[in-house]
Design a protein around this ligand. Structure first.
Ligand code: A2P
Length: 274
């Protein structure tokens, strides 16, 4: 699985396995299956409630720690310098890990004004060698700009809702300008709907692939990091098998034309759930 290089030199697999909406017990088997299938990167979060199951799956796979890339996210109620440091320790304990590969602030919650202090705690965790890279999730252009201008460390990634119906061109260009990698959550648009779009069927047929594989390929060719979620072993395997074909410029443009700015998740400007 190919890596991308983050802005601090750390290598991260471009394709990972996401476990949003996967229960704790199910996460264990799904993570194990994913690692046995060849995934090396796993994305969870404090709020998903499955860090323990994810950790058990990591261990059950037998894959050496050094070959794994593990991401988790700080939940909103733990923003602030001291609370962040405590929440990080608790996440590591649940995962059963001694260090993390990537730690993300889950949502900016701009109305609360705590994300800069939170970020300073992330900088300390990075300095202390407890995490190899730090970044954001769901940061808007404005909140990201403040972090870049007012703190010492440029985030390695911003993980945002991104799929053919919500292509985020403005934010992606801003990321590129500042050396922040774009990571897509719900890269498949949560499955139904997008994957039945009539524009995808002929492209899938032309390559002998599924619409899901075509969408993942579109992300990879744009340079996005992707973390498709599935609890179905055949789909887990299918979603990893996306490196043996290439979309043409015309096909990329046909998918590019699907952008309708449709969000499936909350709007990060106003989302404020603690
Ligand atoms: P399931 O977990 O039952 O296999 P996203 O990552 O964009 O949030 O999408 C996840 C959703 O898409 C899940 O409901 C998942 O279903 C479904 N899904 C994942 N991979 C595929 C695939 N290759 N084909 C069809 N649906 C998929």
């Amino acid at each position: 699985m190919p890596d991308v290089t983050l802005n601090n030199g750390v290598a991260m697999p471009q394709l990972g396995f996401g476990v949003w909406q996967v229960g704790d017990a199910e996460a264990e088997s799904a993570v194990r299956t994913a690692l046995e299938t060849g995934y090396r990167s796993v994305d969870t979060a404090q709020i998903y409630g499955n860090e323990e199951g994810t950790g058990r799956g990591l261990r059950a796979s037998g894959v050496p720690r050094a070959e794994l890339f593990v991401t988790t996210k700080l939940w909103n109620s733990d923003q602030g310098y001291d609370a962040t440091l405590r929440a990080f320790d608790a996440s590591l304990r649940r995962l059963g890990l001694e260090y993390l590969d990537l730690y993300l602030i889950h949502w900016p919650m701009p109305g609360r004004g705590r994300y800069l202090d939170t970020w300073r705690a992330f900088e300390k965790l990075l300095d202390d060698g407890r995490v190899r890279a730090v970044g954001m999730s769901n940061f808007t252009l404005e909140t990201l700009r403040r972090v870049i201008e007012e703190t010492a460390v440029v985030p390695a990634v911003n993980q945002i809702e991104l799929h053919p119906y919500l292509q985020q061109d403005g934010l992606r260009a801003f990321h590129e300008e500042h050396g922040v990698r774009t990571e897509a959550w719900s890269p498949l648009g949560q499955g139904k709907g997008l994957l039945d779009d009539p524009a995808l069927a002929p492209i899938a047929r032309a390559h002998g692939r599924t619409p899901a594989q075509v969408v993942l390929r579109w992300h990879l060719q744009l340079g996005n990091i992707v973390i498709p979620k599935s609890v179905t072993p055949a789909r887990i395997a299918q979603n990893a098998d996306v490196f043996g074909f290439e979309l043409t410029g015309e096909e990329m443009a046909a998918i590019g034309a699907l952008d309708s700015g449709t969000r499936l998740g909350p709007d990060p400007e106003t989302f404020d759930l603690a």
